[in-house]
Write a protein that binds this ligand. Structure first.
Ligand SMILES: NC(=O)c1ccc[n+]([C@@H]2O[C@H](COP(=O)([O-])OP(=O)(O)OC[C@H]3O[C@@H](n4cnc5c(N)ncnc54)[C@H](O)[C@@H]3O)[C@@H](O)[C@H]2O)c1
Length: 319
């Protein structure tokens, strides 16, 4: 299949591009390289250095395209609170321009969208199922929910299949491709950096109603995530699917996993709770298991090991 991958120079996109190429798909990466890296783009993929708002450039890049995997967007929750307009512009407005461009050609069969657990906000119960109330608590989550709705409306109108993969926390790496966000807001790579003495680490909140008092989150290996995209593109399913590990790990368990990988203690400072951080966010991945035929294969120890190995072999990221 001819597939356009927006954001294919980013963390999850680059790993998915490699998986799609392995399955024999023809891949064009569409990315403005704002947070992604040219060196993360697989040499067998064509790279178009383009902006989501550029209809003409997207129209040219989507000619003959039958599948779209849409990763491109802004991902930092705190930044979305500071700059909501920017987030709506890129994550919702940019998605609309992409949809207009592909709809204009009329070849699109399937669109897979990078959605997020952030669409659920603070859940009333866990594990979270796809039909749980969607009540985002920040502009980032709102933009993901609006983009899902926009895509669903276009899918109805222009008769293509859409799958929204609601990721929980992507982590891990492959030997060649890893997480290089700047600044890095995600826990696991920050624990790895602390383990390597590259920066200090603060764990926020020790008074949650959880076994060790720290927040519990659900992590999924980026290689498992990439596999979910391949299945979503190839299988006749539609709608929203949770993709997570299907179990929770506390912040302290993440620290212990990295300690296990590195073989020494990781120093950290005990910080205050952050406002808006729910105690527990864990996915039910039952729907993905039964309908998509997907299940996570790698545990937290593997994610810690792979993230550490990547950081050690790429001390300056992709620079
Ligand atoms: N990392 C996670 O744990 C996580 C969790 C839930 C959802 N997601 C979603 O997954 C997707 C990918 O996340 P990631 O961690 O790989 O992020 P990333 O920042 O590494 O990748 C995003 C890519 O999109 C590109 N991009 C951004 N704005 C663009 C624009 N206007 N035009 C063209 N390209 C643009 C960037 O250059 C980058 O290559 C995002 O949509 C994010 O919201 C990620």
């Amino acid at each position: 299949m001819r597939v356009l991958v927006t954001g294919g120079a980013g963390f999850i996109g680059s790993v998915t591009v490699a998986a799609l190429l392995e399955r024999g798909h023809h891949v064009t990466v569409y990315d403005n390289l704002s947070t992604g890296y040219r060196r993360a783009v697989h040499p067998d993929a064509r790279l178009v250095d383009g902006e989501l708002h550029d209809f003409k450039s997207l129209w040219e890049a989507t000619e003959g395209v039958e599948g779209v995997v849409h990763f491109a967007g802004l991902i930092a929750v705190a930044e979305s609170v500071e700059q909501p307009a920017h987030y709506y512009q890129v994550n919702v407005g940019g998605t609309q321009v992409l949809l207009d461009a592909v709809a204009d050609h009329g070849n699109l069969q399937t669109l897979v969208f990078s959605s997020s657990a952030a669409v659920y906000g603070e859940p009333l119960f866990t594990p979270i199922v796809e039909s749980s109330e969607r009540n985002p608590v920040n502009p980032y989550g709102e933009t993901k929910l609006l983009a899902e709705r926009l895509i669903e409306a276009y899918a109805d109108r222009f008769d293509f299949r859409w799958v929204g993969l609601r990721y929980f926390n992507a982590a891990g790496a492959t030997p060649a491709l890893g997480e290089a966000h700047n600044p890095e807001a995600h826990l696991l790579p920050n624990v790895v950096d602390a383990a390597l003495g590259r920066k200090g680490l603060t764990i926020n909140g020790f008074d949650y109603q959880t076994p060790d008092g720290t927040c519990v989150r659900d992590y999924v290996h980026v290689l498992d995530l990439a596999q979910a995209h391949v299945l979503a593109l190839e299988k006749p399913v539609a709608g929203a699917f949770n993709v997570g590990g299907g179990r929770g790990y506390s912040n302290l368990e993440v620290v212990r996993a990295v300690e296990g990988a590195v073989g020494r203690e990781v120093p950290f400072v005990r910080g205050q709770r952050r406002p808006g951080d729910p105690a527990v966010l864990v996915a039910s991945v039952e729907k993905s298991r039964s309908e998509l035929g997907w299940q996570p294969a790698r545990d937290l120890a593997a994610m810690a090991r792979d993230a550490l190995a990547w950081r050690e072999s790429h001390p300056s990221g992709y620079d």
